[in-house]
Design a protein around this ligand. Structure first.
Ligand code: CP
Length: 331
């Protein structure tokens, strides 16, 4: 497995706790180690923002004067656009930096690039990067607050929070005694890691399933049970999360064929029927229809995919407000 670390002093990403550092409310680097009360506070705050966001043309000036830069070194649709919209709805000064057209092509390092941006009095940096550990590295080296928008195979905390909010709605706020099946490419999935950390803190159980080449060696230390088949994982589950095959992060030879993957591990109607009645189907997107999820399941009544997207906007409002409040308290 290719676990790229570009930064010379970033820690190795193996195992739980690799990127944990002293809690600092200006940053959101991951869900690992975030206490139950803090998770529930963020979910409550996101629920309040969701109500406001459902009001046509709602906007506030809560983040007036806070400068935010969205620095995306990897492609994104949902995360980038929802951060931008959340910043606009909350009245922040914001800009988005993308690698194409930047001075990175002239040899500037990521750290120097972000130091340049923070020298322009940026208060909060929302960062997506292909290297595990990049957000923690930047939090150590920049003056700005850092929000991790996905760092390689490590964590995607705002995705984790929106998944928690979606499951909280489906489970009527009750996490204890519930079990989520996570199916697919666990090894390369920052989405799975953040969901596992958040859900286990709130008392839910996780069963993971996927090709043995895509199950991480440390699976059980993360607090998840490993099933031998998708049927075993989904039977009696209270929900399933299908994961995208992260082919951009895979070495060759990890999959026999995509056709076989769809047959053996794909989420289709007969498998959904193995779960408890009404159990939700989640997918972080982008979806590969017909591969990890059947089109009729993606569009079916059990699918919560677009609720996840709506919840993503609300969660990002809550996270931006929390980090900005910490900056204001500090100054
Ligand atoms: N789920 C997710 O992170 O999607 P994007 O890559 O489109 O942001």
């Amino acid at each position: 497995m290719n676990r790229t670390i570009l930064m010379e002093d970033a820690p190795a990403p193996h195992g739980a706790g690799a990127f944990l550092q002293a809690p600092d409310p200006r940053h959101l680097l991951g869900l690992e180690g975030v206490p139950r009360e803090a998770l529930l506070d963020l979910l409550e705050s996101a629920t309040r923002y969701r109500e406001k966001l459902r009001t046509p043309r709602w906007a506030s000036d809560e983040l007036r004067g806070i400068a935010i830069c969205n620095a995306f070194f990897e492609d994104s649709t949902r995360t980038r656009v929802s951060f931008e919209l959340a910043e606009q709805r909350l009245g922040a000064i914001h800009t988005t930096f993308s690698t194409s057209g930047s001075s990175l092509s002239k040899g500037e390092s990521m750290l120097d690039t972000l130091r340049v941006l923070t020298a322009m009095h940026v208060d909060l940096m929302v960062v997506r990067h292909r290297s595990a550990g990049s957000a923690a590295f930047l939090a150590r080296h920049l003056e700005a607050g850092v929000i991790n928008a996905g760092d390689g195979e490590h964590e995607h905390p705002t995705q984790g929070l929106l998944d928690l909010l979606t499951l909280s709605d489906a489970w009527e706020g009750q996490f204890e005694g519930r079990r989520l099946a996570i199916v697919g490419d666990i090894a390369h999935s920052r989405v799975a890691r953040s969901a596992i950390f958040g859900l286990t803190t709130l008392g839910a159980a996780i069963t993971i399933a996927g090709p043995s080449t895509l199950i991480p060696a440390e699976a059980e230390t993360l607090g998840a049970a490993v099933a031998g088949s998708v049927e075993e994982a989904m039977r009696g589950a209270d929900g399933v999360m299908a994961l995208r095959l992260q082919r951009e992060r895979m070495e060759s030879g990890l999959l026999a064929s995509v056709g076989e993957y769809a047959k053996v591990w794909g989420i289709h109607r007969e498998r959904v029927a193995l779960m408890r009645p009404g159990a939700p189907v989640l997918h972080p997107g982008p979806m590969n229809r017909g591969l990890e999820i059947a089109p009729d399941v993606a569009d079916g009544s059990e699918s919560h995919v677009f609720r996840q997207v709506e919840n993503g906007l609300a969660v990002r409002c809550a996270v931006l407000a929390r980090c900005a409040a910490a900056l204001t308290e500090e100054s």
